[in-house]
Design a protein around this ligand. Structure first.
Ligand code: ASP
Length: 439
């Protein structure tokens, strides 16, 4: 059995955290390929090393002396090395980094050093081989990611390696220019390594015990989700529940490799297992509740709209031409409502409204802002009677007016639109009915 283990920044922020990681890896000999992030925050007001590198490079680009900034970053690593009693130094690496900063090696190069250096420490601590991601994660000349070449390079390189440390977040073009993924991109590297070595499991270690049924800032001590499918996860992350980088899903999903989100600070917790499909029913009818705020709704009314061929297309075209993405589109016989992100819409509001007037000549247009959407997601809903009934009675009991209802055709989710002021109470009411008073 082979496992790829990725550790996030908070799991590697100090020598103490490194020790926990070491114990986790040593506890299971299948944990063979390790993907580290850069050191993250040690306490809430701390600064991530990646952010320090961005700031430092910015100063270097402006021609300022960055000795102090580099020394501060170096000291973060020194603290880890000394705390682990390693006979190891990054002095030479920092000399090279300083020179490359002077030569303006690029902002991606600068940011990538966080993972590069942490990977070196990790390899030395574990006694594993260090493989520079620049040699095995390939980007095209235009900066886009090349999955095919990466998979070839990674599998070739790891083929006869029993263990290895491959830093996350970056790779390079064929000419060696370093390119990073977007922020949080070490999750992607972990997924790529898992694909390349045909891992049985991709463990993603972070500082929470997996996904929670609802946002802990809204619901007190929500329970965690034991198993979730990729589709459910997509629905929940669209609505704002984030633990994992979205692009990390595709490579492993394609290969049927499950992801297990685990907590470095609480390794006995099972975390959340993300799978393609499962016959394991979730404990509750629903898997999760998520929501996002900040929507506006534009309702267009016109008599005989349903028989006017091309009506919807013309309206949608207006949003497309104005670069506004449509989030949801519930419709009636002579009405259609378009949900959009409020702040993007506001910039184009008057232009869009006049385009609609001119193009489809509606009888009436109504605007409503300050709306929130709440999604109840669960693979179990399909075979369960009364889920919608429970949602609406829970909301009615909480005196919440439902502005919109949208049941996805996959029957995986039911989305309700509510007023911004009712947003949190709606989530609490739904959590209560499905989780706390579950029969
Ligand atoms: N260190 C990078 C960041 O802070 C990448 C990562 O941690 O995944 O975004």
């Amino acid at each position: 059995m082979k496992k790829v283990v990725k550790f996030g920044g908070s799991s590697l922020a100090s020598a103490e955290q490194f020790k926990k990681v070491g114990t986790i890896i040593q506890a299971d000999e299948n944990r063979r390929y390790v993907v580290p992030s850069a050191p993250g925050k040690r306490f809430s007001s701390d600064v991530k090393v990646t952010d320090m590198l961005y700031a430092c490079y910015d100063a270097a680009e402006k021609g300022r002396d960055v000795s102090d900034q580099l020394e501060e970053i170096h000291s973060r690593y020194r603290e880890i090395i000394n705390g682990l009693n390693l006979n190891f130094s990054l002095d030479k690496d920092f000399e090279i980094i300083r020179e490359n900063f002077q030569k303006k090696a690029g902002v991606d190069y600068a940011a990538s050093r966080g993972e590069f250096l942490n990977g070196k420490i990790m390899a030395s601590y574990l006694g594993f081989e260090f493989i520079d991601a620049a040699e095995v994660v390939r980007f095209n000349d235009d900066g886009t990611f090349n999955d095919k070449v990466t998979n070839d390079l990674l599998s070739e390189r790891l083929k006869d390696r029993h263990t290895a440390v491959i830093p996350g977040f970056y790779g390079a073009k064929a000419d060696g220019t370093v390119v990073t993924f977007s922020r949080g991109g070490s999750d992607i590297t972990g997924s790529l390594v898992a694909l390349a070595v045909h891992a049985d499991l991709y463990e993603n270690w972070t500082d929470v015990s997996g996904f929670l049924i609802a946002d802990p800032r809204i619901v007190k001590n929500p329970k965690s989700i034991e198993t979730i499918t990729y589709k459910e996860l997509r629905e929940l992350s669209y609505m704002g529940a984030g633990v994992l980088h979205e692009d990390a899903i595709f490579p492993v999903r394609k290969a049927g490799i499950p992801i297990n989100i685990r907590n470095t600070n609480s390794p006995e917790d099972k975390g959340t297992l993300i799978v393609e499909s499962t016959c394991r029913q979730s404990k509750y009818t629903i898997t999760g509740i998520a929501g996002t705020d900040g929507f506006a709704a534009i309702t267009i009314e016109k008599g005989m709209m349903n028989s006017e061929i091309g009506f919807c297309r013309k309206v949608l075209q207006i949003f497309e031409d104005n670069g506004v993405s449509i989030e949801h589109m519930p419709s009636g016989i002579d009405t259609m409502t378009i949900f959009v992100n409020k702040s993007t819409f506001e910039e184009k509001e008057q232009k869009i409204l006049s385009d609609i007037q001119r193009t489809v000549q509606p009888d009436h247009i109504e605007l409503e802002s300050d709306l929130a959407l709440v999604a109840v997601v669960g693979r179990g809903m399909k075979s369960m009677r009364g889920t919608a009934g429970r949602i609406f009675s829970a909301l009615a009991h909480a005196h919440i007016n439902v502005k919109m209802i949208d049941q996805g055709s996959s029957e995986l989710n039911i989305i309700v639109g509510v007023k911004h002021d009712d947003f949190k109470n709606a989530i609490r009411a739904l959590y209560e009915i499905f989780v706390l008073t579950q029969i």
